[in-house]
Design a protein around this ligand. Sequence first.
Ligand code: WTA
Length: 662
Amino acid sequence: MNGYKNTQAGTKAAKSCREQRKDSDNYPENENSRTNLLNRLYDEAAGDPRIFWENRATELLSCSRRWDTVVEGDFATGGLRWFSGAELNASVNCLDRHLQNGRGKKAALIWQGENESDATVFTYEMLHREVCRFANVLKKKGVAKGDCVSLYLPMVPELVVAILACARIGAIHNVVFSGFSSVSLQARLHQCKSKILITADAVNRAGRALPLKANADEALDDCPDIKSCVVVRCSKREVQMVPDRDSWFHEEMASPDIGDQCPAEEMAADDTLFILYTSGATGRPKAVAHSTAGYLLYVMYTCKVVFDLKEDELFWCTADIAWITGHSYSVYGVLGLGGTSLIYEGIPLYPDPGRYWSIVEKYKVNIIYTAPTVIRALMKFGTAPVEKYDLSSLRLLGSVGEPINAEAWRWYHDIIGKKKLRIADTWWQTETGGVMISPLVASPPEKAGAAAHPLPGISAMVVDELGQQVERGRPGRLVITSPWPGMFKEILRARKKTDRRGGAVTSTGYDTGDGARKDQDGYYWITGRVDDVINVSGHRLGTVEIESALLTHKSVAEAAVVGIPHSLKGQAVYAYVILKSSFEQSGELLEELRDHVRAMIGPVATPDVIQYAEMLPKTRSGKIMRRVLKKIAADEYEHIGDVTALADPSLIVDLVEGKKKH
Ligand code: WTA
């Protein structure tokens, strides 16, 4: 058992957390006061953006030295920098200042294990102590300001403790999703040059303990820079500990030389708080870095303006903390505001499809923030698993990760929200740090599936391929036209680029790589990626990444991957593979290829379909025509469009024939 499990068993934990939160049952949204607040913010934002963001920073951030300038630089010239001159520490903003404000005994973090009786409530005081202690452990291991610490952990409280401990000593955290394979972990460790890895013995999934330390060991086989590996005990699974390299988290924390206090490093506003690897349009995962002051301000601001989080409310973001959503809305946003954050170790369907709603009832969750893929998975089981539980504590429903289809929206609204609750369908990305576009009030009326309106302070535009604004109602690419504090750091350095791939800075602003449409009423509708990124159950995957994985298999000569619509996952992975001449097409080989991708990247990337091909459609200059492959994979043969650019249009017939066999 890890050090935190069973310190307070489930029911006791639930009870104590309710007692610590006064009045948690009912927070009806006050439409009028919210509308007034938002109008004031929009008015303010229409003036000088520097004054707007300066006011937000003054309201929300605690800095030991105030900034000299709010923002420098612009999109055209690069050199963008927020709050230059300021000094602050993110862990102080999330912990110490709440102790000083008398919130020490208030619940900061509630952890619910997959096992019902595994649960813990950390007050701000307790979390502060654990964070300081682990910060001291990191220091003892030689971690210093500016070093990168990699975390490969499941959803256990140690992950939050480790994140904030890094922030406390100015180390840059790099959280790697525990569902990723050893190969993916190793690639990330090589790229970020960490000297230390924090991992766990196992991941508890649907009643089983899946190995994690064994994956980490495989990755560490070829990572000579990693000198220490700290292991969290999550199960009873046997693991091998490498002498002089590996140690147990709970033993390190209990060491007599580890103290309860750890002075926080003063960080410059622009110092990197963390990096996160995500998929881009190229084969290599790209590191997205976020700054200390700008990011922290932006996630706190959005937590307030989108979710209207109140001091005594309980916020449950169901995303894994390894994604940006968890960083921003399980950790920094909620704790920055002094709220209470709930994290859950397990999956929505275990032990039954009522699990999420039982957690809502047990802890009286006020705001739930989840993904359309989860809603679609739960909808399948009908309303009975929901009706067993009292969901009256819920005040607001959030959605993130992919466009929410009308059917899922309706179910979320009618069955979970009892036709009363607002749905915040929040559009944003790893690169944006926090929510950019979302419905903010119930009136004007929500439109099912529209991300609706840019937040006060955010300006967006829908443009065509040439960067010109398109008319309302017409599709185009979504571009963010003015800088915002949560912007990722690469953008800050970037100069205007001429290439028009998603994630690039163009003359109009930051090109998000998403398609969008602004309707006649001014609502934004996000239509999905227009670049080579696909979105499987809210996980972002690069098609090139999967192709590269396939190409490392001995039998594969060429591969092309596209996304196809999928009723549960949003999109599914469809791969076309050309074998080397010495290999025979067979069903077993298809299985082997699927397993290969799973081992190279992780289960989320496993192709749903692999189709053998003899040739791939290419332009005369040799570029694979994915547009064509996408249409064939989705059975949209009539809409294949213009194929005159194809070197050999007749191969389309072969591909369609091959598709029909699947
Ligand atoms: C997609 C997750 C439509 C979009 C926070 C974006 C969405 C990508 C929505 C970023 C939404 C996220 N409606 N699409 N509400 N939210 N997306 O970096 O394609 O993991 O570019 O960040 O998810 O995924 P990422």
